[in-house]
Design a protein around this ligand. Structure first.
Ligand code: UT7
Length: 309
C-alpha cells in the first residue's frame, strides 16, 4: 500500500506521512495468507542460506504478537507446516522486540550446549490488527517475516552481548485492549477499534529515542567497544526520525545505519531480521564486522544485540 492509497482511505497526505515517519510504502499480506505462512517462507530461506537441513533444527523461537491462533503458539503451527517433529517450538510476545528477545534466548541455549541449531523468526501480519479508520496508526504498519539460524561459532564471534529491559507501566502507550480475558471480544458489540492497535505516538516517540539510544550504548560498552568500532547499526524501523536521533546520539554517520522503513513501514518483530537480510544480500556486511541491533516495542519492551559477523 502506498501513501497515495492512504490518501484515498483517511484524511492524510503523502507529505505528512513522509516527513513525520519516512514511510512511502508497506507490504500487505494477501487474503488467506497467515503469519505462519510468511514465517515458513522466511525460515526456509534462512535454512537455505545457512546450509542447514530440516533434521538439524532443534528449536524454533517465534517473536510475534499477531499469531494465527490464540492457542497453540505460532511456533507449533510453523513446526507442523515445516515438518520439524524433533524440535521444540515456542513464541515470544515481545512486540517489536520479538526477534532480539528470541536471539538472546537462542544465544543462551547455544552457549549452554542445550541446543545446537535454532531457528529464530520475527513475523507479523499487522494488517489484521490495524484499524484502517484511524489515520494516526494505519499509515504506519506493514506485514513481513524475517528469520535466522543460530548455531555455535568460533569463540569471539557471533552474538557478543545482548540486553533486554521492559516496563509494564507504559502499557497504554501501545496496546490492544479488547480480545484477551480481561475484556473478551463480544460478537455483535462494536469494539470501537479497541481490538486493534492503540497508540499514543508522541509519548512513545520520546521513550523510544531515549531507551533505544541507551540500549545501543549498553551492548557496545558491555563488549568493551565504542560506537566508532561499529560497522553497521540495524535499528527497529518505527520512524526515520527516531533512527536519525539515535544515529546522532551515537555519533554514527547515516551511511552506517540500515533503514528500509520507506518500503516496508513498521513491521514490528520482523523489521530487524528484514533489514539484516537486506544489508547482507546487498554486500554491506564483511566478516569481522561489528553490528548493533536495537529494538523497541509494546510492553513496553526494548533491547539490543551486538554481533561480530
Ligand atoms: O514500533 C513500536 C514503536 N513505535 C514508535 O516508537 C512510534 C513512535 N511515534 C511516532 O513515530 C510518531 O509519534 C508518529 C509517527 C506515530 C506520529 O508523529 P508525531 O509527529 O508524533 O505526530 P502527533 O501524533 O503529535 O500528531 C501531530 C498531528 C496531530 O494533529 P493536531 O492535533 O496537531 O491537529 C494529529 O492528529 O498530526 C495529526 N496526524 C495526522 N495527520 C495527517 C496524526 N496522524 C496523521 C496522519 N495524517 N496519518
Amino acid at each position: 500500500m502506498t501513501n497515495a492509497d492512504f490518501e484515498r482511505l483517511v484524511d492524510t497526505s503523502d507529505e505528512w506521512i513522509t516527513t513525520r515517519t519516512g514511510i512511502k510504502e508497506r507490504r500487505i499480506a494477501k487474503n488467506g495468507m497467515t503469519t505462519s505462512d510468511m514465517a515458513v517462507k522466511a525460515c526456509k530461506n534462512a535454512m537455505e542460506m545457512a546450509g542447514c537441513s530440516h533434521d538439524e533444527i532443534e528449536a524454533l523461537i517465534t517473536g510475534t504478537v499477531t499469531p494465527d491462533y490464540k492457542l497453540p503458539s505460532n511456533s507449533c503451527v510453523i513446526q507442523e507446516k515445516m515438518g520439524l517433529p524433533q524440535a521444540v517450538g515456542f513464541d515470544i510476545a515481545a512486540a517489536c522486540t520479538g526477534f532480539v528477545s528470541g536471539l538472546s534466548i537462542a544465544q543462551a541455549f547455544v552457549e549452554s550446549g542445550k541446543y545446537r541449531k535454532i531457528l529464530v523468526v520475527g513475523v507479523e501480519k499487522l494488517s489484521s490488527f490495524t484499524n484502517y479508520e484511524d489515520r494516526s496508526t494505519c499509515v504506519l504498519f506493514g506485514d513481513a517475516a524475517g528469520a535466522a539460524v543460530v548455531e555455535p561459532c568460533e569463540t569471539g564471534a557471533g552474538v557478543i552481548s545482548t540486553f533486554l529491559r521492559s516496563d509494564g507501566n507504559y502499557r497504554p502507550l501501545l496496546w490492544s485492549e479488547i480480545g484477551g480475558c480481561k475484556y473478551p471480544y463480544v460478537p455483535g458489540e462494536d469494539p470501537s477499534g479497541r481490538d486493534k492497535i492503540l497508540m499514543n505516538g508522541s509519548d512513545l516517540f520520546k521513550v523510544a529515542v531515549r531507551e533505544m539510544g541507551n540500549a545501543a550504548v549498553k551492548v557496545i560498552e558491555d563488549a568493551g567497544l565504542t560506537s566508532s568500532d561499529i560497522a553497521l547499526f540495524i535499528p527497529h524501523q518505527a520512524n526515520i526520525r527516531i533512527i536519525k536521533a539515535m544515529a546522532k546520539r551515537l555519533k554514527m554517520d547515516m551511511s552506517k545505519v540500515v533503514h528500509n522503513i520507506d518500503r516496508y513501514g513498521n513491521t514490528s518483530s520482523a523489521s530487524i531480521p528484514l533489514a539484516l537480510d537486506e544489508a547482507n544480500r546487498a554486500g554491506r556486511i564483511k566478516p569481522g564486522d561489528h553490528i548493533v541491533m536495537v529494538a523497541f516495542g509494546g510492553g513496553l519492551i526494548w533491547g539490543s544485540a551486538l554481533l561480530k559477523w
